[in-house]
Design a binder for this molecule. Sequence first.
Ligand code: NIG
Ligand code: FE
Length: 420
Amino acid sequence: VRGADLNRPELIADGAVAVDAGRIVAVGDSTALLDRYDGERVVDASGRLVTPGLVDPHTHLVHGGTRHEQWGRSILGLPTDSLRDGIGDTVRKTREASSEELHRDLLGRLDAMLAHGTTTVETKSGYGLSAPAERRLLDVVDSVRHPVEVVSTYLGAHVMPPDFADRREAYVDQVVAQLPEARRFAEFCDICCDPVGFTPDECRRISAAAQALGFKIRVHGDQNGPAGGAEFAVEVGASSVDHLEYVSDRAIAMLRDCATAAVLLPGVTYHLMDLVPTPGDPTWSRPKHPDLAVKFRRLVDSGALVALATDYNPGTSPTLSMQMIMQLAARLYRLTYGEIWHLSTINAAASLDRHDQVGSLEVGKQADLVVWAVPSHELVINQFGVNLVHSVVKGGAVVHRRDERTALRDTEFWPEARPR
Ligand code: NIG
Ligand code: FE
């Protein structure tokens, strides 16, 4: 969904969804559906919003440790690790973690995502950066069994490991050599085309080899400088290019009507405080990226295929909640209610090549639904800071229910917001 259509979410007042064998068989008016179907089980969602499950198309769920100490220094603008060193720190902690710990933590993270409404997630390797260490991360993802559907991505080309600093070609060779093995586990190959990552020429070598093996491509692009990341992504027909803080005008024009999705990551903008001046910095009166909302507005209005993601990782965006991301997208990027819902469901699904399976409530699709504790789609974005999920259905099964002791009580909590 692109451009002005993003502001036309399809709403059904007093709606219902009929599900059979995990698939949606009808969507429409409640009374009509209750007449037509003799449900084995009826879930009453009266007064509650029901939406497609949220899709999170960019995360780094398998890692060891945190980076809260470095981040704590950055609050006051004190000198701290570069992003490359920060990623190096997580690589070290990840290599030190046992596979059991990584597996257990992955499950815990998926639980939290599900509880906040995510039913499909993409996750990447990329904190191993040697062939055996990357393989281990792909194995951990491969072995996980959880109601949230996990889409696996190989990110051998995340950053150059320190021991390869002046042997860049040798590291690219290593990534290329691992592609056939990685292809057995991963559907996508992500490549970081960014000043902290790889040059467009290095990226092209990797993408050509990956595509020859049937990988679809994702790109970390132009996060830390104008690196030609978005141009590279469009050139090779990538499924997505993510970040885009330094996207060029030329790339914005290229992304228009293009199949490559532009995935925006407001969790990074928020966590790195990119819109807030840094105390102590001589240029303190100017935040790092004052114009992000303007740029991203042009991207959306020009007809690019735009999506949202958490980019969950311990350094630049430690949030598991797509709900939070939706709430930030309005406040930081000034995206509208309708835009944000489309960007977090059907467009996120499209960036993962799953738009015919998930991302909307349509006949034939997987029955992935979120029942919300509020009566309208606007309130999920207008409210913030409390989990608004009532329950979650994945493939037709209720897989999560709110904890009644701590949850937002009920729709009578919102007297002025009448069910629509
Ligand atoms: O924000 N390639 C760089 N960017 C990553 C950093 C992840 C991290 O800080 O650990 C990202 O997606
Ligand atoms: Fe990322």
